[in-house]
Design a protein around this ligand. Structure first.
Ligand SMILES: Cc1cc2nc3c(=O)[nH]c(=O)nc-3n(C[C@H](O)[C@H](O)[C@H](O)COP(=O)(O)OP(=O)(O)OC[C@H]3O[C@@H](n4cnc5c(N)ncnc54)[C@H](O)[C@@H]3O)c2cc1C
Ligand SMILES: *[C@@H]1O[C@H](CO)[C@@H](O)[C@H](O)[C@H]1NC(C)=O
Length: 497
């Protein structure tokens, strides 16, 4: 469609994607009195956000202060400590960036940490989500990841609350089973484009157009195993994921000139459960890291192969580089078992109960293990007893207590499940500035960058904040912080229209 035959732009904000970034952007646009039309390709809203299980980061919140007064070991947190932790986690992507690029990355991290308290307060005080429990995750110098005290995981609690709030507003329209296929643009003489709206299809219908400022919140591409993931990380093609299986929408942005950064930085988790009832499922449950921390060991054909407490990168790399994958219909996974002795099982408590209930792990008596595995367990018990050194270098054994008294009761029960490396989060995505505007490079002059008029993005679709590695709890945070910013910016643009 050319611009001349277009109807005048509607005074509404178009939000693409109904995860936490899109929901927050909608909320802040509606708060300014501007109508919102949200388009979501899936039949159900919530994206990967609804699955988030650990929580959302905030540094300097009253919940942290309460936790610290109850437990002095929670550690004192501050904006600066969170900032430093995030810089460290961003690694080489940040430290090896120079000049303007380095400053731009630091500014994005600055916005994320500066507005974390405001983000937590929006969810808890304004929307009433319980975020009173604070825990310390790996890579963090203090307890700062917030979730509720009840049974509902934080992602589901936040998403359902926000969605209910939006649906109360007469100015909110949600179209599910509606896929955005392109941005509607006009081009200017300087080679950059202006975004006027989106083109979309509903199930069974042809292409339609909707006009207005566009907020793009379509999430990451870890679930796009044969598309963007294969394109940017051919070594990860066909890997299962914790993410919903769906195509990345990044090409829609690049078609308008958007620049993508850090696309090859992908978070891999070494242990996703292979469900015996559905072994070739592309979407898998995570086997929590703490299972190994509490004493679990990893086996391949009955033998240990790595210090299980090494970093995620090392454990995943040892599996993927050292073993032949099993390939079927384009899916690639590896044959690894996670084994917990009675001590580790007890320490991991509820988690193991849930995995047993789901059929992802099973109990087995030591006498029913195959001979190699039994030998491995006996040798490992010697290491835990301090009689021999671990050849793989493990020095901390969690709550493993099988065979500590010198012999192993053949009737003792271990818990075993099959696991494989899975993709979990994509750090890369569209380059944005502090206002969440999507940046484009001038054709032929890559160092000249300019915001694309009429287009904003937030959440996992964006890149440049996390660098090498995202800290746990920081993606929900980026959705709220940048979602709020771009909802307001797009609403202002809609009003001025
Ligand atoms: C199992 C799991 C646990 C996690 N736990 C945590 C945690 O505890 N803390 C944390 O901070 N992070 C966690 N994460 C990461 C975090 O949940 C995500 O990074 C974040 O929710 C992404 O939000 P988003 O709004 O950017 O995208 P999403 O929530 O993925 O939403 C994007 C939406 O856009 C839609 N969409 C895509 N393309 C189109 C299109 N062309 N047209 C229309 N709609 C489209 C999708 O269908 C989807 O609904 C977890 C992730 C997973 C998978
Ligand atoms: C709905 O939008 C209109 C502008 O189109 C605005 O005047 C009105 O105040 C909005 N209503 C609410 C509840 O925000």
């Amino acid at each position: 469609m050319t611009t001349s035959d277009m109807p005048p732009a509607a005074k509404q904000v178009i939000v693409v994607g109904s995860g936490l970034a899109g929901l927050t952007a909608s909320y802040s646009a509606l708060r300014l009195g501007v109508p919102v039309h949200m388009l979501e390709r899936s039949p159900k809203p919530g994206g990967n956000s609804i699955k988030a299980s650990s929580g959302i980061n905030g540094a300097g919140t009253r919940f942290q202060a309460q936790a610290a007064s109850a437990n002095p070991q929670a550690g004192h947190d501050s904006r600066d400590l969170f900032y430093t932790d995030t810089l460290r986690s961003a690694g080489k992507r940040l430290s090896q960036a120079h000049g303007r690029e380095h400053e731009a990355r630091e500014r994005l991290i600055g916005v994320l940490v500066d507005q974390s308290v405001k983000a937590i307060e929006l969810l808890s005080d304004e929307l009433g989500v319980d975020l009173s429990v604070v825990t310390r995750l790996g890579g963090h110098s203090a307890a700062r990841t917030h979730r509720g005290g009840g049974k509902m995981p934080p992602g589901a609690a936040i998403v359902t609350t926000l969605l209910a709030k939006l649906k109360e507003n007469e100015n909110f329209t949600l179209s599910t089973s509606t896929t955005v296929t392109a941005l509607t643009t006009t081009s200017s003489p300087d080679g950059f484009v202006t975004v006027k709206g989106v083109e979309f299809t509903r199930s069974g219908s042809g292409s339609e157009t909707l006009l207005g400022p566009v907020v793009f919140a379509t999430g990451g591409f870890a679930g796009d195993a044969h598309g963007l993931l294969a394109k940017y990380r051919s070594d990860l093609a066909g890997l299962p994921s914790t993410n919903d299986a769906r195509p990345g929408a990044h090409d829609i942005l690049t078609a308008a000139g958007a620049e993508l950064v850090d696309m090859d930085s992908v978070q891999i988790h070494p242990t996703g459960f292979i469900d015996p009832a559905n072994p070739t499922a592309m979407v898998k449950f995570l086997a929590a890291e703490m299972l190994r921390g509490e004493g679990g060991i990893l086996l391949h054909k009955g033998e240990r192969f790595v210090d299980e407490l090494q970093t995620r990168e090392v454990v995943s790399g040892t599996i993927m580089e050292g073993m032949e994958p099993e390939e079927k219909d384009g899916l690639r996974q590896w044959d690894v078992q996670l084994l917990l002795d009675p001590g580790a099982t007890k320490a991991a408590g509820n988690h193991v109960g849930f995995y047993l209930f789901k059929g992802l792990m099973a109990k087995k008596k030591v006498k029913d293990l195959d001979e190699t595995t039994r030998k491995t367990v006996e040798e490992y018990a010697k290491v835990v007893r301090g009689e021999s050194e671990d050849k793989l270098g493990r020095t901390s054994f969690g709550h493993w207590d099988l065979g500590l008294d010198g012999k192993i009761d053949p009737d003792s029960e271990v818990v075993i499940g099959s696991v494989t490396p899975i993709t979990h989060f994509t750090m890369g995505g569209a380059l944005i500035n502090e206002k969440g505007q999507v940046l484009a490079s001038k054709p032929g002059e890559p160092s000249v960058k300019k915001p694309i008029e009429g287009l904003w993005a937030a959440g996992e679709i964006t890149g440049g904040i996390h660098g090498d590695n995202r800290l746990g709890g920081s993606s929900l945070l980026e959705c709220v912080v940048f979602g709020q910013i771009i909802g307001e910016e797009a609403a202002k643009a809609a009003r001025e229209n």
